[in-house]
Design a protein around this ligand. Structure first.
Ligand SMILES: [Cu+2]
Length: 274
């Protein structure tokens, strides 16, 4: 029985390490490399922490396995009781504190870029691309109206008569910093872009700016990461990263669709607007 428990407790840590090592091959890991450079820096922080905790995990499990294995072989040796060791306790308090302090200082610039508005790229901060309002159970997206050249105007905090609206398809241009104003209409939601490593709560009564600079074209998941009610699963949407010209063409089409009166063909409406 001693041998069984020894094997049992040694088996699980080994299984955990093997499982973690093979999981990327089965796509049980991150959904591919990050679409933004800041996301790659966040991944690097994640891997640094992962390496530290893996080293500690393997170290403690090897020590535990060794003690169990030794005890499983000898009936004569009995466990002994200790009131603890002052030196050991100082060491295992100071070492984690130093590691945590190092991590806290080391990640400050990534955190500042990600969350502190004064560190946001100025061009993104001055011209938010869209406002995204979470509500049970969809993402409402509001773009500013277009000027006479078909170029987006400035996005106002209050809705304007010529604003453009859509639901669940967030189009953004590639290669430049994009800022989104995030709001919630009802309960707390969470704006989650796993391919960009972005997750931000949408809180009723608050406007929370988020920025990112997509470096890869494509369609990426946009999900709600906060259980917000019975239809939470319906908040599966997408982020579409496209070239600047495609983005502006999309906005022009959105305007034509929105202005369509049911009689003229949408393309005629688009012509009239120009
Ligand atoms: Cu939600």
């Amino acid at each position: 029985m001693r041998k069984f428990w020894c094997g049992f407790f040694i088996f699980w840590p080994i299984a955990a390490v093997v499982y973690s090592a093979v999981s990327p091959q089965f796509n049980w890991w991150f959904p591919g490399p990050s679409v933004t450079e800041l996301g790659q820096r966040i991944d690097n922080l994640f891997y640094l922490i992962l390496i530290i905790v893996t080293a500690v995990f393997i170290g403690t499990q090897v020590a535990l396995g060794y003690v169990l294995w030794r005890a499983s072989h000898s009936k004569a040796e009995r466990a002994w009781f200790t009131h603890g060791s002052h030196n050991l306790e100082v060491i295992w308090s100071v070492v984690p504190s130093v590691i945590l302090l190092f991590l806290a200082l080391y990640q400050m610039d990534v955190w500042a870029l990600f969350r502190v508005q004064s560190f946001f790229p100025k061009e993104a901060l001055n011209a938010p691309v869209a406002e995204v309002t979470a509500r049970q159970f969809e993402w409402r997206i509001r773009y500013p109206g277009l000027d006479e050249h078909g170029v987006p105007k400035k996005l106002h905090l209050k809705p304007q008569p010529d604003d453009l609206y859509t639901v669940n398809d967030l189009h953004v241009p590639i290669g430049r910093p994009v800022m989104i104003n995030l709001r919630s209409d009802d309960v707390q939601h969470s704006f989650f872009l796993p391919h960009l490593r972005i997750k931000q709560d949408a809180v009723p009564g608050q406007i929370i700016p988020i920025w990112f600079k997509p470096e890869r074209q494509g369609n990426f998941d946009l999900a709600c990461a906060e259980l917000c009610g019975w239809g939470h699963y319906k908040m599966r949407a997408q982020l579409i990263v496209e070239r600047e010209v495609e983005f502006q063409a999309y906005l022009q089409k959105l305007r034509a669709d929105q202005n369509y009166d049911g009689h003229a063909t949408p393309s005629a409406v688009a012509k009239k607007d120009e």
